[in-house]
Write a protein that binds this ligand. Structure first.
Ligand SMILES: [Zn+2]
Length: 290
């Protein structure tokens, strides 16, 4: 079976959680590999097995190489392994539906590695993953390599997810839309949002920058979460990972921190065999306030 048809069949399993991003009506999954609504808006699955539900071309520029670098380091270095395990533990504690599969949506899934790894940790649990990102270059990689979730290119502001259909929203180091999260979450559903802690990639910040970018405060991000969601649990994760030179290069490449580092500082940072890198993340778990 082609990846296109496989992707469509996976989507058929969560079709009740999908809606037409144009008119908002329910969609069906057609045998030939497309989503179709009663108003005849249709979205074809791509040959890699994802579906693009953008209603207009996405602005912005995404770098395929950046996603590749992120993928490699996440798969090879264990940089986020403790995080994936903790996130999966949080999902296991939740009350998921019995009978029908629970739907876990990763909003801002990038190249899909976080969702893939968390689903691996959850093997045996009756859940289905769906990853959404506006960057096609990321979702293409996700669909190419991970056949364990439904992959969608789309805009959260014109969401392809139906009202109250998602049991767990993952939002990992990625922007939020709390109105949409509230609309999408099923009764009793939870949002798990991961934000960087003050020590996140501390060694990298200190080496690359000499200004205020050396430090990071998540106060504003957490304040926004608390205004919209009632927190039910908070987990702070702090650990360090030993990275070899090649992985450090990937780290410099993949992180938004590196958008404009001093090239000389980057070269100096990479002029070493290995380094200990701190990962500090806050996992905020909550439910909508209203
Ligand atoms: Zn429609």
């Amino acid at each position: 079976m082609s990846k296109r048809i496989e992707g469509a069949r996976r989507a058929a399993r969560i079709v009740h959680a999908l809606k037409c991003p144009v008119c908002g009506k329910p969609v069906s999954v057609e045998d030939e590999g497309r989503l179709l609504c009663p108003e005849n808006h249709s979205f074809d699955f791509a040959k890699q097995g994802y579906v693009n539900v953008l209603t207009r071309p996405a602005g912005g520029h995404y770098d395929k190489e950046l996603f590749e670098a992120r993928r490699r380091i996440m798969m090879d270095s264990g940089l986020y392994a403790p995080f994936h395990k903790t996130a999966a533990d949080l999902v296991r504690e939740m009350s998921l539906p019995s009978g029908v599969p629970g739907v876990i949506a990763d909003i801002g899934c990038g190249e899909g590695t976080h969702l893939h790894r968390i689903l691996e940790e959850l093997s045996g649990l009756n859940v289905i993953g769906a990853g959404l990102d506006i960057a096609k270059e990321g979702v293409q990689l996700a669909a190419r390599d991970f056949q364990d979730a439904v992959w969608l290119v789309g805009d959260l502001a014109q969401s392809p997810f139906a009202d109250h259909s998602i049991h767990v929203i993952l939002n990992i180091l990625s922007p939020s839309n709390y109105e949409e999260f509230t609309r999408m979450l099923a009764p009793g559903g939870r949002l798990i949002k991961a934000v960087p802690g003050a020590g996140y990639l501390r060694e990298l910040r200190e080496a690359l920058y000499s200004d205020e970018r050396q430090t990071y405060s998540n106060e504003e991000t957490i304040g926004l979460f608390d205004r919209h969601f009632r927190r039910t649990e908070t987990v702070t994760l702090r650990y360090s990972v030993h990275l070899e030179r090649e992985q450090l290069e990937g780290l410099v490449r993949m992180t938004p921190l590196s958008w404009s580092p001093d090239p000389e500082a980057a070269r100096k940072f990479l002029d070493r065999e290995s380094a200990e890198i701190t990962v500090e993340l806050e996992l905020l778990v909550g439910e909508p306030r209203d």
